[in-house]
Write a protein that binds this ligand. Sequence first.
Ligand SMILES: NC(=O)c1ccc[n+]([C@@H]2O[C@H](COP(=O)([O-])OP(=O)(O)OC[C@H]3O[C@@H](n4cnc5c(N)ncnc54)[C@H](OP(=O)(O)O)[C@@H]3O)[C@@H](O)[C@H]2O)c1
Length: 247
Amino acid sequence: MSILSKKTAIVTGASSGIGEAIAIELGKRQVQVVCAARRIDRLDRLATKITGAGGHALAIQCDVTDRDDFGKLVHITRETFGAVDILINNAGVMPLSMMDKGHIDEWEQMVRININGVLNGVHAVLPHMLKAGGGHIVNVSSIAGKKVIPGGAVYCGTKHFVHALSEGLRMELSDKNIRVTTIAPGFVTTELTNTITDQDVLERFKAYDDITPLAPVDIASSTIHALEAPPHVDINEVVIRPTMQML
Ligand SMILES: NC(=O)c1ccc[n+]([C@@H]2O[C@H](COP(=O)([O-])OP(=O)(O)OC[C@H]3O[C@@H](n4cnc5c(N)ncnc54)[C@H](OP(=O)(O)O)[C@@H]3O)[C@@H](O)[C@H]2O)c1
């Protein structure tokens, strides 16, 4: 039996890709999983899949950019399962573009979701974790949080923010029994690139055609590894690339 059994976790961005895979792996370990995102139809299907396999799951619609929405998400989670032990701050978007294209709406969208969304999550769970005397916050960043690429000035900026936030949080919470982990994946096959509208960036992405990418479950496995570490072990950062990914 996993040491995570009977714990409660909120996973944002659970309607597809990495978040969905993490929710499924948590469900297999008898974690009470709250699946959050905007596309409720997908969340409902996911929750049904997890409960159908013997797990415990709840689907809750939540736009992470809305502070009140996030507050409600945490409130319902605590009402239903009695606690919030784990937050997986995973929701994110990546409409990459060259700066001279001036896609200012997309820049702002990335800031709202990838930065404000993560902050809203921390703000919503922290008082409860402090009161409960423990918890684990996992922030999903990216290799883009460690390196900057052309077309990724804003996206990389948002992910560098996630690393800085995680490190600050970790230091402030190290004596509060609250662990903080940053997951920094390389190229994973998901819907993330669907929002890229800049043809120059899409052209650059062809360089990835020749490599075998990661699957969402690869990131979920690493996340579970960090969550299942003994209480005195805080895995602060996981960097995981496809073997063939050089940069
Ligand atoms: N795929 C990669 O290569 C890769 C690499 C490094 C890091 N990452 C990071 O991994 C995370 C997950 O991405 P993914 O690759 O799994 O892509 P994905 O399949 O597109 O998933 C993104 C998730 O974020 C959710 N989301 C977007 N905006 C939201 C909002 N305002 N409120 C709530 N949820 C929102 C989406 O759900 P709804 O649209 O239903 O709301 C979706 O579930 C992101 O933070 C991404 O930056 C991905």
